[in-house]
Write a protein that binds this ligand. Sequence first.
Ligand code: SF4
Length: 364
Amino acid sequence: MKELKTKNSLDSVAWQQKEKKKNLSDQKQPDQVAQALLKWFYQNPRQMPWRVIGGAHSNPYAVWISEIMLQQTTVKTVESYFIRWMKRFPDMQTLAHAELEEVLLYWQGLGYYTRARKIHECAQVLIREYDGKLPSDRKLLLKLPGIGPYTASSICAFAFNQPETVVDGNVIRVIARLYGLTHAVTKEEIYAYARQITPKEQGADYASAIMDLGALVCTPQHPMCSSCPWRQVCTAYLKNLTDVIPVLPKPQKKIKKGYVYLIQNEKGAYYIEKRTKKGLLNGLYEFPWQDNELHYPLFQADGWQVLSQNISHTFTHFHLTLKVVYLSVKTVDFPLKTGIFVLPKDFQKYPFSTLMQKVSKCLK
Ligand code: SF4
């Protein structure tokens, strides 16, 4: 990274103009483009607990776990979760035989808990049907629970060194700029462009390299083009379009509102329930809540008060804001029996969603 900073400090308008004159061609030469990137990567590799440089990872299980954790979560956040996970569930057997509740506990804080449930389910399928090993065939991978096109490509590249085209947010940006795509791009379109320059060999290193280029050099704001191995063939750079590319379609998220209930008994413990409905937060514990304007039916009578705090959380498809309602009860009179009363000091023993962790912080 030192080298990157030094090169970046040399960046200047004059330097850029000189570089542009050196432009070899508007045509991308796939081999040269890939080799230039690999050469840069070997000089600037990022170290990560799940990464091996110089070929395939010897442990496909580790690749799979890291790839699922990295979906919608940053590298920095995933690092400590991954290390902790690998200590507790070092292999497929251990994971498959663990209780789902413990798996969810180790996932707590990463969000999108369906991922953890699918990992657990998938480990059991792999033990039952694949001798506990991840297949190296993309089509077989796609049949497994929780493995979609992106994860299948990542496993093929990182665990089996195959020439797979891996397209994440970083790669979308890099490829859109490389090819000068000034319209709103789709993932399929980026995939088609990216595939043109994916080399037939060094699949693992190339996939790491293109992601690192997006994370370290071709950043969303102020890309460091002067340090980029593709500066001589990058259309966005050569045409001064780095500020306007990529153009991404904007997803519209719904806004939902509701109430969450902090129900405290005479011992200072709070009522929580295990969620059993199928869906997003299945298997996690939660304070009773509703994602609409209706009050929790039991408390339409007396005694509750709406606190000043609001809890906000953004899910994949909607924003949710909950008003916090407090109620003091006597355990003996309390009509709900499906949940349990737990002291705040013991909350850590129960897997909570990120939303419910935010709610529990109100108590402090
Ligand atoms: S030259 Fe600049 S815009 Fe083009 S790929 Fe490199 S960093 Fe990104």
